[in-house]
Write a protein that binds this ligand. Structure first.
Ligand code: GLP
Length: 266
């Protein structure tokens, strides 16, 4: 794991946008894993700006989202398809036919989950998986006790997740209690992963995920197994990390971060 602590949310989002942009430029038909949630909104706005102002080209990219609610039609404003269209896809030049989310309306959910795994494999696997983190440490919707080798499947959402995420619905009762999510194993198969977390409310769970033991009770901790995982934080989300000085030292020294350090200094 590599940790980058940036001065504020804007800088953290800009760094993740720069990582994604570099990957897209290096491989125009990149297979990009995407995430939802409030944290990603500023990042997606930044990617839309980079498309508009710098011509960042998504025309050959394929995208796979981590998860989708079960039983919400795609046109429902609470669905993740709706979120992705509103926050990203409508603002960049991606071909909508190349954007994939699990089908939460499938008549046969299990078959749909297997088909999603096949589709990812058929595209050659995910090159770069973007991740947020839930209050209970979930990645995707891999709630506590999710097997660390799990694949795409349906899950019951934990109560704290329902509490937090239902505030995004006009009518909180509309929020489904079940969702389809890539498994922890699916996520770990991505060739690289970038987790973005901002704000004080994430500080405790980030410390558990990064510095705590690997446990299915905090599925983000499984990223400690990933050979190429970067965790990008703002100062607020980093406050409970015990070894901040070490992470800052590495960020300043490591050649892999050099171009991003230079960009941050303008
Ligand atoms: C949802 C998504 C997660 C995301 C989490 C964090 O639960 N399934 O993939 O990481 O929200 O959301 P936020 O950024 O709003 O804190």
């Amino acid at each position: 794991m590599e940790i980058a602590i940036r001065p504020d949310t804007e800088a953290a989002c800009s760094l993740v946008a720069a990582i994604i942009a570099k990957a897209v430029r290096a491989k125009p038909d990149l297979v990009l894993g995407l995430a939802t949630g409030r944290t990603m909104e500023r990042l997606y706005a930044r990617l839309a700006e980079m498309h508009r102002d710098e011509g960042l080209d998504f025309s050959r990219c394929r995208t796979f989202n981590l998860d989708e609610y079960i039983g919400l039609p795609v046109e429902h404003p609470g669905s993740y398809r709706y979120y992705m269209n509103q926050n990203l896809f409508n603002h960049i030049n991606i071909d909508p036919a190349n954007t994939f989310l699990p089908d939460g309306m499938a008549a046969d959910i299990k078959a749909g989950c297997a088909a999603y795994e096949d589709k990812i494999a058929g595209c050659g696997g995910i090159d770069l998986q973007l991740l947020g983190i839930g209050a209970d440490g979930h990645i995707g919707f891999n709630e506590p006790l999710s097997a660390l080798r799990s694949r795409t499947r349906d899950k019951t959402l934990a109560e704290p997740t329902v509490k937090v995420n239902s505030t995004l619905f006009d009518n909180p009762d509309d929020m489904p209690r079940r969702a389809i999510t890539m498994g922890v194993g699916t996520i770990l198969d991505a060739r690289s992963a970038v987790l973005l977390a901002t704000g004080k409310s994430k500080a405790g769970i980030i410390a558990q995920a990064v510095e705590g033991p690997v446990t299915s009770m905090v599925t983000a901790s499984a990223l400690q197994f990933h050979p190429r995982c970067r965790v990008i934080l703002d100062e607020d989300a980093a406050t409970e990390l015990r070894h901040q000085d070490y992470y800052r030292w590495v960020f300043e020294q490591d050649p892999d971060w050099a171009e991003y350090r230079a960009a941050a200094q303008g």
